[in-house]
Design a protein around this ligand. Sequence first.
Ligand code: BES
Ligand code: ZN
Length: 443
Amino acid sequence: MKLTLSCSLAAAALFTAAGAAAAPTWITIGERAHAVLLKAAPAARTLASREVAVTVPVQRGAAALKAATETVHAVEIDEEMLPTLSFAVHRELRKCGGFARHESMAEALATLQRIDGAPASLLAPSYAIDNQALVNTLMPQLQASNILSTIQQLSNFQNRRYNSTHGVNASNWLFAQWQALNPGNRRDIQVRQITHSWAQKSVEFTIYGTGNAGETVILGAHLDSIASGPVETMRAPGADDDASGVAGLTEVIRVLMASNYVPKRNIRFIAYAAEEVGLWGSQAIAAQQASRRDLVVGVMQLDMTAFQGDSTDIWIYTDYTNAAQNAFVANLVGAYLPTYSVGYDACGYGCSDHASWHNKGFITSFPFEASDATYNFQIHTTNDTIATFGGTANHALKFTRLALAWLVELGSDGAPAAQAAPAAKPEQPIKAAKPATRAAAAR
Ligand code: BES
Ligand code: ZN
């Protein structure tokens, strides 16, 4: 097979229609999805495999964690097989089973080696909870009705596929929504679309902090949706997966803008394009940031927040995420949302965009709607609708609150100001500050 960089999707489709070979591309893929791949795409070629170290709960739900391994594979596959693979994984596994696409074979092989590597030259930020006055003012302003309205409007697109006209329109619509939330009189705000090598653009909203270290906190969700059927006519409302996450980001932006919040660190919201076909948008964006790893102090992904699958409110996924930041997230629930219960589970390699960051050594967390056994099984079908999760955004609101607390706690710090002048903060810390050490950043 030829090992050139893939040509455009349109060209690949033409070649396929004419019966010729499509463009090769490269993925890293977890063990559950790899088993599906062997059946769904027998022509795919496994290039290398590795036992990757992961952290998982001792049993589903438990806070106690243990070390485990997962076999991850680097595979060469026709690019046009990726949507098929994505769909087959969900049909056959009824479980999350992910993969990430890479720009070259070398990049896929390099990723395989560093998936479980220590975060390179990362200093864990302070995880002290010390912005109660601000968080407690902002949090009650978040409204489930606004979240629901955004989910509804995103679901109204026929689909939000990365290569359909609807997927492009959905990106443009979100861009306009986020632009409208920019009050216009602030010079510290930038809203933009990020152009990729496929049609759908990612959307980004940044509030630049007053600290001068360029440190950034990133809250993400994915914009695209998927189901089976032809690109243009497939019906993929993706209400839970992942209009819920994008709607949460939108509501946090609204509240931060309405109260004129000025962070110390940069705060960035990203609606990633093309997650469902192998984390393409987040791969591209994380790759651009990889040479300045030190500047991104934390990443959180909201992907599926609306369907309550069991009595536990917030599930924290422990694999391919950062243990120290996950502990901080759980502490935030205890401090700000003490009525919510927390459970722990693992979802396997590459199940959402946080994996793109984790693979490159960034600190990530992934709070999720349910366990890996009880999540919304209607995702990736025409039935991923608001009705399926009960017609309210009450569950999604919990994650939106948590994300706001996380953003404001991390965003209100910032080297060097936060470390230089802790006494300037009016609030008393309620949890002892963890020292900023490299050890604390180890996963
Ligand atoms: N929202 C899902 C991720 C998910 C599903 C997490 C179920 C936990 C439980 C995401 O959009 C998705 O479908 N991911 C794919 C992988 C992707 C790279 C094709 C998956 O998990 O199969
Ligand atoms: Zn999703």
